[in-house]
Design a protein around this ligand. Structure first.
Ligand SMILES: Cc1cc2nc3c(=O)[nH]c(=O)nc-3n(C[C@H](O)[C@H](O)[C@H](O)COP(=O)(O)O)c2cc1C
Length: 319
């Protein structure tokens, strides 16, 4: 698919996940063949106020291209100003606007999926970004606030306001992450739009990826939670679509190797203490299904140094 002037050959993108798809995890996913990723969502106000934690999220590896910087906000002024500043600070290919985040602390400010309730405001936010962006601008939405009424028209309005691509997570805001993603609506939106449409929601296996692409006709698919602790899913989807190859499940040794590499990249970007603490949630995902997973996870959760972490991880054996 082509987003503005950016050609993306793979059908697969990795969804932005705040607190998960940071520099280290994205670097791991690239090593599994991922072509297109996004930063965690970045506050437009935070950028304008030079907030240190916000700006940290703009750390992008030299080998991580193409990449989308995802921004959120509902005030055209801050959006415009933030885009101008990000352009000076970061090297990226696509600007993505978040109109899907459901969390109360975001929507209470009118940001994220709250924009789905106000198409005029959503258009103004997009147009403000588009007016100053020297990169293509995409938008990520859900299929509505409490129901899906009017969502196709909302998607068309976004296209008419200049979006270069649209990602659709097939859940309403009220669903948060429960229930099933509705791919029928994603298919309907795809039919109505000329810009590339990326479908998102509940792709956890290679079969899910194959079925969703074939059934919905989308230009691309986005995997998010399915990649948590399982970058092998990325490899599986990419190799299947490139060569038809089906891969074996990773062994305990392989999982260990990837976890240690993940830790190394996290230390590189955040320092040892923070990396070890932040990797804990990933460990829970990585070791799920392995023998003694609970005790390994509990011990790693108490580890405070690289050596301790490695010692406990070494107990991860093939199941
Ligand atoms: C922990 C977590 C953090 C997320 N953060 C973001 C975010 O920063 N920006 C965004 O657009 N979506 C975010 N999402 C939503 C995902 O990108 C994706 O749309 C959603 O999880 C559905 O896809 P999935 O079923 O493949 O997980 C987040 C999801 C999770 C679980």
């Amino acid at each position: 698919m082509k987003i503005g002037n950016i050609e993306i050959t793979s059908k697969l993108t990795l969804g932005p996940m705040a607190g998960v798809t940071d520099y280290a995890f994205r670097k791991i996913c690239r090593e599994f063949g991922l072509e297109m990723s996004y930063t965690e969502m970045i506050s437009s106000r935070g950028v304008c106020y030079n907030d240190k934690k916000t700006l940290e999220l703009l750390k992008i590896d030299d080998n991580e291209h193409p990449i989308g910087v995802q921004i959120f906000g509902s005030e055209p002024y801050f959006m415009e100003e933030a885009v101008k500043r990000i352009q000076q600070m970061a090297d990226y290919e696509i600007l993505d606007i978040n109109m899907g985040c459901p969390t109360p602390k975001i929507v209470k400010n009118g940001d994220g999926s709250a924009l789905l309730k106000d198409v005029d405001k959503a258009r103004r936010v997009l147009e403000a970004a588009k007016a100053v962006s020297d990169k293509p601008v995409s938008v990520k939405i859900r299929i509505g606030w409490e129901d899906t009424f009017g969502i196709v028209d909302f998607a068309k309005a976004i296209e008419n306001s200049g979006a270069d691509a649209l990602t659709v997570h097939g859940r309403t805001r009220d669903q948060m992450y429960s229930g099933k993603a509705n791919w029928d609506i994603i298919k309907e939106i795809k039919k109505e739009l000329k810009i590339p449409v990326v479908g998102n929601g509940d792709i956890f296996t290679l079969d899910d990826a194959i079925n969703r692409i074939n059934d919905s006709g989308v230009d691309g698919i986005m995997v998010a939670r399915g990649a948590q602790g399982n970058p092998w899913l990325i490899r599986d989807i990419i190799s299947y679509f490139e060569t038809g190859q089906i891969n074996k499940k990773p062994t305990g040794e392989e999982v260990k190797r990837v976890i240690m590499k993940h830790l190394k990249y996290a230390i590189e970007s955040k320092g040892e203490h923070r990396a070890i603490v932040e990797l804990r949630k990933h460990i829970g995902w990585y070791v799920k299904g392995f023998k003694d997973a609970t005790s390994i996870r509990n011990n790693i959760n108490k580890s405070l140094s690289f050596e301790e972490f490695e010692y406990h991880l070494n107990r991860l054996l093939d199941n």
